[in-house]
Ligand binder design. Structure first.
Ligand code: MN
Length: 321
């Protein structure tokens, strides 16, 4: 997924992001992605940039893609991050500059490690289910690993664990003894919770966590949340009470607070303004990121680099819609 905001927000962290109070709502803003998809973008935003190393959360759909073009995101670059694709409904085809071509379906996990640089494209296949509904997440790579070689993983059947009233599918990290084999570079957890009763999900208390309800209505720690609600839960929890009647879906995200400065701009996660400018220049010049073959769309041109240097910003006005 690409950040197609013509004037993408620059996000910088000083590594000491304030810990918002427990149960702080994370508000989404609408953002265009590709030629025909609108997403709800929960973070980064002014109030919340990361949850552990999770540094980007888009939720799209459920959208009717039977009549329209569906998702059409042409070739675009990434650095310094991993992308995680997780579908609730529908199908998406991924192509990348390493030559991977993969169709992803609900219940499957795509994990792309950009590292030093990769390009990819994502689109709805010509023959597709009528509804598209999913998540696109980014994980910031810690400094020691952010220049790793690019890689792509498709996990057709991530591990599941029954929690008596819920079933967790573990995307990244570990839940109740079930461990994902997805490659992670920092202490991290990501899980989809299919909830039909009442249960407590064990958590790592050293992690900070957030939840996003993707379907139905789910009470989290006794507070009723509807689909689309996202809440930051802070640190120090060793369990999370969830309950649904009759059923709902929740995505749980968490990790050890990254504690590293980040400069995020467009599709790049770096540490300095110059480094991000260089990634942009390399993409525009056709260097570093390789070629995405097999996708009919034009490569996506980078937006203009902001005047001056990218730098940290404190709390300020909300970004334009
Ligand atoms: Mn992307």
């Amino acid at each position: 997924m690409s950040n197609l905001d013509p004037k993408p927000m620059t996000v910088a962290l000083d590594g000491e992001e304030a810990e918002a109070g427990d149960f702080a709502p994370v508000m989404a803003r609408k953002a265009p992605v590709g030629e025909s998809t609108t997403v709800a973008r929960y973070f980064p935003n002014r109030a919340r940039t990361t949850v552990g190393a999770w540094c980007f959360l888009d939720h799209y759909g459920p959208d009717d893609v039977a009549g329209g073009p569906g998702m059409r995101v042409g070739p675009h670059p990434h650095t310094g991050l991993q992308t995680v694709t997780w579908l609730v409904e529908g199908e998406v085809v991924h192509h990348d500059s390493l030559g991977n071509r993969q169709t992803i379906r609900p219940g499957q996990l795509d994990l792309m490690t950009a590292g030093s640089g990769i390009a990819h494209a994502e689109r709805s296949p010509a023959a597709r289910p009528p509804i598209l509904h999913g998540l696109q997440l980014w994980v910031a790579l810690p400094d020691a690993h952010r220049d790793v070689a690019p890689a792509f993983e498709h996990h057709p059947s991530p591990p599941k664990v029954d929690l008596d009233g819920a079933r967790a599918t573990v995307l990244v990290g570990e839940v109740a003894g079930a461990r994902s084999t997805a490659t992670a570079f920092s202490p991290l957890v990501g899980a989809d919770l299919d909830v039909w009763g009442r249960t407590a999900v064990p958590l790592e208390p050293g992690y900070e966590h957030a939840v996003l309800v993707t379907a139905g209505r789910v009470a989290v720690e006794g507070r009723p949340l509807v689909a689309g609600a996202c809440v930051y839960l802070g640190r120090g929890r060793d369990r999370l009470g969830v309950a649904a009647d009759p059923a709902g879906r929740v995505v749980l995200l968490g990790g050890e607070p990254l504690g590293e400065p980040l400069v995020m701009w467009w599709n790049f996660v770096g540490r300095t303004s110059d480094e991000v400018a260089e990634a942009r220049a390399d993409w525009e010049a056709g260097r570093r990121f390789g070629h995405v073959s097999g996708d009919p769309a034009e490569r996506i041109a980078a937006p203009a680099f902001p005047a001056g240097r990218l730098r940290a910003r404190g709390p300020g006005p909300r970004p334009p819609r």
